[in-house]
Design a protein around this ligand. Structure first.
Ligand code: TMP
Length: 213
């Protein structure tokens, strides 16, 4: 078992996080690792309701500070209701986005004060920090090509410039959190991206991997 680890995936919309999470889930199942996966915003009844508000294209009047606090409220609920209990039980938690999304999107993307956002994040998570974070790095033009088939939500409707700022923000986050964050070239094939992620997990948590089957 991989005991009580929090593994988070980050990146701009269309960076391929969901595919990589599915591949990791399949790998964990093969290895007999007990895990739970959550998405942010979401993962609890209340957080999913907040997600609807945040992604609804009709809510164009949502101010950036209100947006940040809603993301934080969803995270606070998810942390206490799901993530912390799972980790306490020794389960591995995979999270599709976490605190870094707020720094990248609301901080670097919307231009809000990063120190304030860090404080809000800290309140929402009660100081919980991921054990490892994979940032999938991709050119926003390429990411937007990948997402063409789906109707964009409120966040995805922002222009390419917004996503360029977020991408640069993720680079800054990586620079400032080098022991936790790993930047992965998301423009490679899905197989190569996963190979890299899997190797890094196995290497990082080597001594803590005990398979139950
Ligand atoms: P996703 O689940 O498809 O990634 O959608 C969530 C959207 O919300 C995505 O555009 C990123 C955005 N987001 C923020 O702006 N700040 C946050 O703190 C989080 C968790 C997500």
């Amino acid at each position: 078992m991989l005991v009580g680890k929090l593994i988070t995936f980050e990146g701009i919309d269309g960076s391929g996080k969901s595919t990589q999470i599915q591949l990791l889930e399949a790998e964990f199942e093969k290895m007999g690792i007990t895990y739970q996966t959550f998405r942010e915003p979401g993962g609890t009844g209340l957080s999913e309701k907040i997600r609807e508000i945040l992604l609804d294209k009709d809510n164009i009047e949502l101010y950036s500070n209100a947006e940040s606090l809603l993301f934080a409220a969803a995270r606070a609920q998810l942390t206490v209701e799901q993530i912390k209990p799972a980790i306490a039980k020794g389960e591995c938690v995979i999270c599709d986005r976490f605190t870094d999304s707020t720094i990248a999107y609301q901080g670097y993307g919307r231009g809000l004060n990063i120190k304030n956002l860090e404080m809000i994040n800290n309140i929402a998570t009660e100081g919980l920090t991921p054990d490892i974070t994979f940032i999938l790095d991709i050119d926003p033009e390429k990411a937007s090509e990948r997402m063409k088939a789906e109707a964009p939500d409120r966040m995805e409707s922002a222009g390419i410039d917004f996503f360029q700022k977020i991408r640069q923000g993720y680079h800054q986050i990586m620079e400032q959190n080098q022991s936790r964050c790993i930047l992965i070239n998301g423009e490679q094939s899905q197989e190569n991206v996963f190979k890299e992620i899997n190797q890094l997990i196995m290497k990082r948590f080597k001594g803590e991997l005990v398979c139950s089957n």
